[in-house]
Design a protein around this ligand. Structure first.
Ligand SMILES: Cc1cc2nc3c(=O)[nH]c(=O)nc-3n(C[C@H](O)[C@H](O)[C@H](O)COP(=O)(O)O)c2cc1C
Length: 313
């Protein structure tokens, strides 16, 4: 079973991928990092700042899989060609993003609204681009029953791996991932299937592996930000120590400060990580509130020092 890190805009960027590998990469896990989505530019001129995220020299080590958010199949195929020139092999297509700003443009899970358009998109991509192309999808827009028609389309193309996040677009991240709908769809899927959604403990991860032994992979997003040692533990390794968490968080903070050229911007990115990670520490409620409000680097550093006096859960 392969373990993958999910793409998460604002969290699993290149600074994070390097820090995570350095501190928690262990004995073969994770197998891949999926990078947050990029939209192919309509004028076909690559945006330097965005492409810096995928510069091969900034992404050494465990393979990184770029992801595209697009609705024009030929444009997506062109961008896949550009990514191949950088040395990337697999490219992932995003049919999962539920954000209103994305779906209003018919992108992300907005692509699932009209199966005929989805089919035309995939036809254009697969007829113009070569090499492994994987897909990350939700079950539909309104209800999971829509997935049967969507899957009929996916099954027509040589998708290298189909990652299913079993929620519908309207749900955003509310409620729970629909394991029943996932289990019902799994035998009908032609491509290898990766499961994604709501796994936060090694117990849940192993239970999922036992329940669905035919999966090619399991992808975890929020759970790995909340516990960066999750895959290491699943592979029989130790839990994160305070010293490791400190080193990891310091690398992130300094990496973001350098990347953004400002500690203030780094703090706002760090708050995104702390939103999930703070729950590693016992009795952290008071400091969590302070962390949310603070703005200045000295305040951030003081509160983080205080958090590190708390015991790990
Ligand atoms: C802040 C945030 C950003 C995300 N960005 C992306 C993205 O760029 N591409 C994508 O396919 N999914 C994105 N997702 C969805 C995750 O990849 C994943 O499907 C979702 O969080 C469910 O998995 P989990 O329960 O393991 O977190 C994002 C999710 C969050 C919370």
């Amino acid at each position: 079973m392969n373990y993958y890190v999910a793409p998460m805009e604002g969290l699993t960027d290149r600074v994070w991928r390097q820090a995570h590998q350095k501190w928690f990469g262990w004995a073969g896990g994770p197998a891949r990092y999926y990078a947050p989505f990029l939209s192919p530019p309509e004028n076909r001129v690559l945006i330097k700042k965005k492409m810096a995220e995928l510069a091969p020299e900034a992404n050494p080590g465990v393979p990184v899989i770029p992801q595209l958010l697009a609705r024009d199949g030929e444009l997506a195929a062109w961008m896949i060609g550009e990514l191949r020139k950088l040395g990337y092999t697999e490219v992932n297509l995003n049919f999962g993003c539920p954000a209103g700003t994305v779906t209003a443009k018919g992108k992300g899970s907005g692509m699932l609204r009209d199966p005929a358009k989805l089919d035309a998109f995939l036809e254009a991509v697969f007829s113009h681009a070569e090499g492994p192309i994987s897909v990350k999808t939700r079950l539909g827009v309104e209800k999971p029953e829509e997935f049967a028609a969507i899957l009929t389309i996916y099954n027509r193309y040589p998708i290298s791996e189909l990652t299913i996040h079993p929620r519908v677009m309207r749900q955003l991240y509310r409620g729970q991932a629909d394991r029943e709908a996932f289990a019902a769809a799994l035998p009908q899927c032609k491509p290898p299937v990766c499961y994604n959604g709501d796994i936060t403990t090694t117990g849940q991860l192993h239970a999922l592996e036992a329940e669905f032994p035919t999966l090619s992979g399991i992808m975890i997003g929020r759970g790995i930000i909340a516990d960066p040692a999750l895959f290491r533990k699943a592979l029989g390794g130790p839990a994160a120590t305070k010293a490791e968490l400190r080193g990891y968080l310091d690398d992130l903070y300094h990496g973001y400060t350098e990347l953004f050229g400002s500690a203030g911007c780094a703090i706002s990115r760090m708050k995104g990580h702390w939103f999930y990670l703070i729950h590693c520490f016992a009795d952290s409620e008071k400091l969590e509130k302070q962390l949310k409000k603070l703005r200045e680097p000295w305040e951030y550093e003081t509160v983080v020092n205080q958090i590190f006096t708390l015991p790990l859960i």
